[in-house]
Design a protein. Structure first.
Length: 445
């Protein structure tokens, strides 16, 4: 193979992966839609005593609507990616930037900013439609245009303060050392670890209000649980998630002094004290089973591999030309290398999605098992059903779609694994007090 053939081969490989990946996403979404619609008319037998048919049908309709929205977004994203790469969009933007600002470090940083802002503006209509049309249609949206705009401006400001110095450092290292990728990864790793402390303590409160869990039965049960589990926690907080959405959730976050469990205020309204205790036991289980540490280590390891790969690719002319960009002989290609790498990596990464999803589901099963040991499995089962109901998560997903995408196991699998199906045997035991709709998979604790 001649050197002239390598860019063409790389272009063909990229285009083929994009077409195959896009086709795979659309095919899986179509399977999900058909499977959910085929089971829309009847509540699964295992849930017949606790899930009403209108609730089940609303969950099906919500799932189908989200899947169809995702299909259109997938097609749009694929076309946009072609526009940025093989059709010369990034070439035009980089040439414009070079002609007006040069190739120095500041100009390259500006190119990153320009690209990020253009990408955000292009994707804004999709965010608006999803929030104010799709979510609102099923009764989940509580956001307002003013709050949406405020969040967007805060995101821009926080990103500028945190990401621009890191990006500038990476760009400088790319021009200063042959081993830039190793030093850049070191900086990225330090930044990631710092963010696990900084984010819950200083950044998240910019967007939501976090209050310590009030005294009462829930807090008493939570404190007793922490003692039983020998788990030192810096705080239990309630977040005003209802400001933006009716969806409910709970999550574990932070390291060291920032380690905390956060409950959505919507969750406190949906579950009783025993059920919340079981959900907290599940979250503690993630830490006790070392899931947090495993995911952090894996993230750092994969990011090291990514930086090393970029370090190699950035020195290859075919990497640029095969993606529709002719390298500038005057220099200033570092920012372009970063952008092209960020554009190309997800095209190939989609084929590894099932690995991450499978690993995540394994962790959820393990956290459920821990919760069943240290609380009441029946209460956890009842809590999960209530959360599925109130968040509109379908009980009948397509099995292949689950294997490819779902970070959390479907309800029936979770309840069967923890032996909590008995919680469904009492008619009306977990019927919701009111029903605005049901969560997409992966949003339950």
């Amino acid at each position: 193979m001649s050197p002239q053939d390598i860019p063409l081969l790389w272009s063909a490989l990229f285009a083929s992966a994009l077409v195959l990946g896009t086709g795979l996403k659309l095919w899986l979404a179509t399977r999900q839609i058909r499977h959910v619609q085929a089971h829309r008319a009847q509540v699964p037998e295992a849930f017949a005593a606790v899930i009403e048919l209108p609730t089940h049908q609303k969950a099906a309709d919500y799932t189908v609507a989200r899947a169809r929205f995702g299909m259109w977004h997938t097609l749009f994203s694929a076309a946009l990616l072609l526009g940025w790469t093989l059709l010369g969009g990034l070439q035009w933007l980089a040439d414009f930037n070079t002609a007006h600002f040069g190739t120095h470090l500041g100009a390259q940083l500006l190119l990153l900013i320009e690209f990020a802002l253009i990408a955000a503006v292009i994707d804004l209509p999709w965010d608006l439609w999803q929030t104010f049309r799709l979510e609102a249609r099923f009764g989940f949206n509580r956001n307002t245009p003013a709050l949406f705009l405020g969040d967007m401006l805060k995101n821009l400001l926080v990103s500028a303060v945190l990401m621009l110095p890191l990006a500038a450092l990476v760009l400088w290292l790319m021009q200063a050392s042959p081993l830039w990728w190793l030093w850049a990864w070191t900086a990225f790793a330090a930044f990631s670890l710092a963010m696990m402390v900084v984010f819950p303590m200083f950044i998240a409160p910019l967007f939501n209000r976090f209050e310590p869990l009030a005294e009462g039965e829930v807090k008493g049960r939570a404190q007793a649980l922490m003692q039983r589990c020998d788990f030192a926690l810096q705080g239990l907080y309630v977040m005003d998630g209802s400001r933006r959405s009716a969806h409910a959730n709970a999550y574990f976050t932070g390291l060291g002094a920032a380690r905390r469990v956060v409950l959505f205020d919507t969750l406190l309204k949906q579950l009783d004290a025993a059920q919340i205790e079981a959900v907290l036991a599940h979250e503690v289980g993630h830490y006790k089973r070392r899931h947090i540490q495993q995911r952090l280590f894996t993230t750092l390891l994969l990011s090291l591999a990514g930086f090393a790969l970029l370090g190699w690719l950035a020195s290859k002319v075919w990497f640029y030309t095969g993606l529709g960009y002719t390298p500038n002989l005057l220099g200033g290609n570092a920012a372009v290398a970063l952008i092209l790498f960020m554009l190309a990596l997800p095209v190939f990464g989609v084929f590894f999605t099932p690995l991450g999803a499978s690993w995540s589901r394994k962790h959820e099963f393990e956290a459920d098992a821990y919760a069943a040991e240290h609380s009441d499995a029946r209460q956890l089962g009842a809590a999960l059903i209530r959360m599925y109901q109130d968040n509109a998560s379908t009980l009948t997903p397509d099995p292949l779609y689950v294997r490819f995408y779902y970070s959390h196991p479907p309800a029936l699998q979770r309840l069967a694994r923890m032996g909590a199906l008995a919680a469904l045997s009492t008619p009306g035991a977990t019927r919701p007090r009111s029903n605005d709709g049901l969560p997409q998979a992966g949003h339950a604790a």
